[in-house]
Design a protein around this ligand. Structure first.
Ligand code: ADP
Ligand code: GLC
Length: 484
């Protein structure tokens, strides 16, 4: 097969810049696609971290005036990733979080920043860099949502476009006054264009104009077509359901490998599970939890936001204490949730412990040392932490929504389907149902044979990118073939 050329456009990419799962996907998918004869280059904003990573990059484009200042497009590679960086000091020379300024608010010019990123993607899509003319441009989330729109309104031949929704809750809405500054024509401000309830929505633009729409799990692909799950875009997604599909995320099984992981206390595998206990002991010690081997240790690694349902776990502190379950939580986000978790930890030393912050290495130890991992999300497009948990033998206790529904097999479901159970699911997403799930998990934990079986089921289930990347490759090929 001839390799197919794809330009991916993403506002974050692991291991260079990450606020969430989008970075993991953008960072891991290209290598997995290579095995399916897809050559990916990823366009990312030239944040300081990106320019550092591309120290020896080549200048491929150099323009004096682009969305308010001089820009260059640099090409180079880092850690096996082929990258283009939009070096635009007036837009991206800002350290720290890619979207939020030091005052904790979104940068006021986020619209311009990502309109420019999308525009450069469209230019590259139409041959601005002759050595790499993509056949498909793959836009990720609202930050890249204008790519299909810019291409739609240009008169030149264009590549095929794929828009992937990682989270419908973030839609990139801006004032209609900005239309011309975004480089969009007047006619685009229409219901069949970028207009969205009196605003310009970048995500809507992408969903309106992309040739294919994907999201990160089959169940989420269904949920977002409903009025509730559609978050205002359900109608459009229903209209476009013939080009909408769900492809599950995988994880990088080289980064997440308990047999070689340098960030954990003792390495282990599905066949060699005994050393895992040392990770639990280390985790209890690091978190100041009682050194009880027999207590179910529940881990959480999460952004603290409404989406993740962690207020429901707060409601369940009496359940945790009553059942003798320990909690180790690593997370950051909403002030209120941070404070409430901290207060509970202070009130329950040895039983509940939290670390507020972002710590990649500690996330690995939590996966390796927890008995179970809780993901009580109200909605979850895919979710990656439950995939890591499966691979590390931490039994996932998850809400039965989105990608969590598609990647975890509950004991009850397994009894019906004959598959190997890998975790505990609960529905509806309420405190009461979570309480029930926690009690059920504790009961299963105390039956060592069943628990081992659950761990084994998870550790041997396929959470890698290989087959899932194959689905993207097939989609790209089908798209290119239909446009010929
Ligand atoms: P989302 O993208 O909605 O935050 P995902 O489950 O898809 O959720 O991805 C989250 C990613 O971020 C995972 O790789 C997870 O390990 C990581 N992560 C989340 N919070 C933290 C944290 N506080 N410290 C370290 N890693 C974290
Ligand atoms: C989003 C979603 C998460 C998904 C990730 C990567 O951040 O919230 O469910 O796993 O994107 O696709």
């Amino acid at each position: 097969m001839t390799p197919i050329r794809v330009l991916a456009v993403a506002s974050e990419i692991y291991p260079i810049v990450k606020t969430g799962g989008l970075a993991d996907v953008a960072g891991a998918l290209p290598a997995a696609l290579r095995e399916h004869d897809v050559a990916t280059r990823t366009l990312v904003p030239g944040y300081p971290s990106v320019l550092n990573a591309l120290a020896s990059a080549e200048t491929l484009l150099d323009w004096q005036e682009f969305y308010g200042g001089p820009v260059r497009v640099l090409g180079g590679s880092h850690d096996g990733l082929d990258l283009y960086a939009l070096d635009a000091p007036h837009l991206f020379a800002r350290p720290g979080n890619p979207y939020v300024g030091p005052d904790g608010h979104d940068w006021p010019d986020n619209g311009i920043r990502f309109a420019a990123l999308a525009r450069i993607a469209a230019e590259i899509g139409q041959g601005a860099i002759p050595s790499f003319v993509p056949e498909v441009v793959h836009a990720h989330d609202w930050q890249a949502g204008l790519v299909p729109a810019h291409l739609h309104y240009s008169n030149l031949p264009r590549p095929g476009t794929v828009m992937t929704v990682h989270n419908l809750a973030y839609q990139g809405q801006f004032s209609p006054d900005m239309l011309a500054s975004f480089g969009l024509p007047d006619e685009s401000y229409a219901v069949g264009g970028v207009e969205y309830y009196g605003t310009i929505s970048f995500l809507k633009a992408g969903l309106q104009f992309a040739d294919r729409i994907t999201t990160v799990s089959p169940t989420y692909a269904q949920e977002i077509q409903s009025d509730e799950g559609g978050m205002g875009l359900g109608g459009l997604l229903r209209e476009r359901s013939d080009v909408l599909s769900g492809i599950l995320n995988g994880i990088d099984i080289a980064v997440w490998n308990p047999a070689t992981d340098p960030d954990i206390a003792a390495r282990f595998s599905a066949e060699q599970l005994v050393p895992r206990a040392a990770n639990k002991a280390e985790l209890q010690q690091r978190f100041g939890l009682d050194p009880a081997a027999d207590a179910l240790l529940l881990g959480v690694i999460s952004r603290l936001s409404w989406q993740k349902g962690l207020d429901l776990l707060l409601d369940n502190v009496p359940t945790l204490l009553g059942e003798g379950i320990q909690l180790a939580l690593l997370g950051s986000g909403d002030r209120d949730l941070q404070d409430r978790y901290q207060a509970l930890a202070d009130a329950n030393p040895g039983r509940i412990s939290v670390k507020i912050g972002y710590d990649e290495a500690l996330a690995h130890l939590i996966q390796a040392g927890s008995d179970a991992l809780a993901v009580p999300s109200r909605f979850e497009p895919c979710g990656l932490t439950q995939l890591c948990a499966l691979r590390y033998g931490a039994v996932p206790v998850v809400a039965d929504v989105g990608g969590l529904a598609d990647t975890v097999l509950d004991v009850g479901e397994a009894a019906v389907t004959g598959g190997e159970a890998t975790g505990v699911k609960f529905a509806p997403v309420t405190s009461e149902a979570l309480a029930h799930a926690l009690r059920k998990a504790n009961l299963l934990f105390n039956d060592k044979v069943t628990w081992r079986r659950l761990q084994h089921g998870g550790m041997t289930s396929d959470v890698s990118w290989h087959n899932r990347a194959g689905q993207y490759a097939a989609l790209y090929r089908e798209l290119v073939a239909t446009r010929r």
